[in-house]
Design a protein around this ligand. Structure first.
Ligand SMILES: [Mn+2]
Length: 444
C-alpha cells in the first residue's frame, strides 16, 4: 500500500523538474554508553513512503521518472552472530519492491547519475549529510515536509483500516482494565493488563508512554510514573494506546477505582462528558478545531458553575480565560503515524497566545479523511489554582472554599478517536463512557 503514498507525494511535485527527494530512515538507538538497543521504531515519513521497518536505510525518489530507490545497509557476518539473519539484496528487493535497490554507500554515485536540479530534504541535518557528500548539490528543506504533511493528514481507506484495527484492540484493552481494577492495586498492574491485551492481539508497539494515574496523579497531564497504590474512592485516569502497522490509537477514560462514582465525581465527570459528546456530534467538514475547543470549554464551565465551583456569567468566565484554569490543554490533535500527528498548523496558521488555546495542537478546518482526538478535561492543578485564588480578578469567579476542597481531586479526561467523513464523522472508539454504562461494566 505504501506505493500509493509515493504516488500521492509524486503528484504534488512539478514533473518537469529533475528533482529528487532524499530521506534517511531511523537508526538504531542505544542506551547511554552501553550496547543496550532501544526497541526500533521507524521514522514516520520513511515508514509512510516505504513500509520498511528496518534500521539504517535511506530512500531517494526520482520526481521526474517517478522512481523509488531504496538504500539498505551492508551487514557482515558479525551482525548475523548477534542479530540473526542478514538479508540479501534479493530479499530486500522481494520484500519492499523498490524500482532500484542499492547499498547505503551508493548514495553519492546514484545522485551523480541522476544529476538532480534540487534535492528535497526533511531537515537541516539530512541536508547537511547530502552537502557533505558533495557541496555541488542544491538542497531544499521546506517543500518536502509540507508535502508529506499534506499527504499524511488526509488518510486513505487503507490507513483508516489500520486505525480501526488499533482502535478495535484498544477497546478490548480498556474494557479489560475497567473490569480488573480494584482499590489496593498498583497503577502499573493495570498497565500490565492493558499491554497484555494489546500484545496478545498482535499489536507490539505502544504509540506513546501510557498514563495510568490514580487520584491526584490524574491532574498531572503527562504522568507516566505509574507507581502509586490505588486507593478506595480514587478516580483512575487511563490514557494509552498501541499502534497497528504504525498507526496509533489514543484514548482516555476516567472511572472510579471501586466501580462507583461519588456525587462530586459524577457531577464533574458529567460536565466533561457533556462537552465531549456535544463536540463530537458537531464534527463535520468545515468545522474549526478552535471553535470546538471554545464550545467544549463553555459547556464544562456551565457544569462547574452548576456545581457551585465557579461563579459569574459564562460570557465573562470565557472572556477572562477562567476556563483555562481547569482545562489547560488543547481539545485534541491529529492522529496517525504519530500520536500528535503532523498537520495541525499548516503554512499561514500560527499558534495564538491565549491561555487555554496556546496548546491547541490543531487550528485548521476539518476535512474528510482527517483523524482527530476529542479529549476535553477538567483538572484541579494546585500550581494553577492556588495563585488564581490569590489573584483579585480571577478569584472573583472561584468559590474558594470549594476549590480548596478539590485541590486533591485529580482530574477527568474523556478522549475518543474520530475520523471526519464527507457528511460528519465516524467514531473509532467504542468503550463505555456514560456513568451508568461504566458502573454496569465494572460491576460485571
Ligand atoms: Mn491524545
Amino acid at each position: 500500500m505504501h506505493h500509493l503514498h509515493r504516488e500521492k507525494l509524486f503528484s504534488l511535485f512539478d514533473d518537469n523538474q529533475s528533482g529528487v527527494v532524499f530521506i534517511q530512515g531511523a537508526e538504531t538507538m542505544y542506551r547511554y554508553q552501553t550496547d543496550y538497543e532501544f526497541p526500533f521504531r521507524q521514522e514516520s515519513n520513511f515508514w509512510y513512503l516505504t513500509g520498511a521497518n528496518e534500521t539504517d536505510c535511506s530512500l531517494i525518489l526520482d520526481l521526474k521518472k517517478e522512481e523509488y530507490h531504496l538504500f539498505v545497509p551492508k551487514r557482515d557476518a558479525q551482525y548475523a552472530v548477534w542479530h540473526g539473519y542478514v538479508k540479501t539484496k534479493e530479499q530486500y528487493q522481494e520484500q519492499y519492491k523498490p524500482d532500484h535497490l542499492h547499498y547505503q554507500n551508493d548514495i553519492l554515485s546514484v545522485l551523480n547519475k541522476l544529476k538532480p536540479e534540487v534535492v528535497y530534504c526533511l531537515n537541516d541535518e539530512q541536508a547537511e549529510f547530502i552537502e557533505d557528500l558533495d557541496r555541488g548539490f542544491n538542497v531544499e528543506t521546506d517543500a518536502l515536509a509540507d508535502a508529506l504533511t499534506y499527504c499524511r493528514v488526509l488518510k486513505t481507506e487503507w490507513e483508516l483500516d489500520q486505525m480501526r484495527e488499533a482502535c478495535r484492540v484498544n477497546n478490548l484493552a480498556y474494557e479489560a482494565v475497567m473490569k480488573a481494577i480494584k482499590p489496593g492495586m498498583y497503577e502499573y498492574e493495570l498497565k500490565a493488563i492493558f499491554n497484555k491485551v494489546q500484545i496478545e492481539n498482535g499489536l507490539l508497539q505502544d504509540a506513546y508512554n501510557g498514563i495510568f494515574a490514580s487520584g491526584v496523579n490524574a491532574s498531572i497531564l503527562h504522568y507516566v510514573e505509574n507507581t502509586y497504590k490505588i486507593n478506595d474512592g480514587d478516580l483512575f485516569l487511563m490514557d494509552a494506546g498501541f499502534e497497528c502497522n504504525g498507526y496509533a490509537a489514543d484514548y482516555t477514560r476516567t472511572f472510579p477505582a471501586n466501580g462507583k462514582f461519588t456525587e462530586i465525581q459524577a457531577g464533574i465527570y458529567q460536565s466533561v462528558l457533556n462537552a465531549h459528546t456535544e463536540v463530537i456530534e458537531s464534527i463535520r467538514p468545515g468545522v474549526k478545531m478552535e471553535d470546538l475547543h471554545l464550545m467544549a470549554s463553555r459547556i464544562m464551565m456551565g457544569g462547574l458553575k452548576k456545581l457551585g465551583i465557579i461563579k459569574g456569567e459564562i460570557d465573562d468566565i470565557m472572556e477572562q480565560n477562567i476556563f483555562a484554569l481547569f482545562f489547560p490543554h488543547g481539545l485534541g490533535h491529529f492522529l496517525g503515524l504519530d500520536t500528535h500527528d503532523v498537520g495541525g498548523y499548516p503554512k499561514g496558521v500560527d499558534r495564538i497566545d491565549r491561555p487555554g488555546i496556546k496548546f491547541l495542537r490543531a487550528r485548521r478546518e476539518l476535512q474528510p479523511g482527517m483523524v482527530i482526538t476529542i479529549e476535553p478535561g477538567i483538572y484541579f492543578v494546585p500550581a494553577v489554582l492556588e495563585p488564581a485564588m490569590e489573584d483579585p480578578e480571577q478569584s472573583k469567579f472561584l468559590n474558594v472554599e470549594k476549590v480548596k476542597d478539590l485541590l486533591t481531586f485529580g482530574g477527568i479526561r474523556i478522549e475518543d478517536n474520530i475520523a471526519v467523513t464527507e457528511d460528519g464523522f465516524e467514531n473509532l472508539t467504542n468503550v463505555p463512557k456514560e456513568i451508568d454504562e461504566i458502573e454496569a461494566l465494572m460491576a460485571g
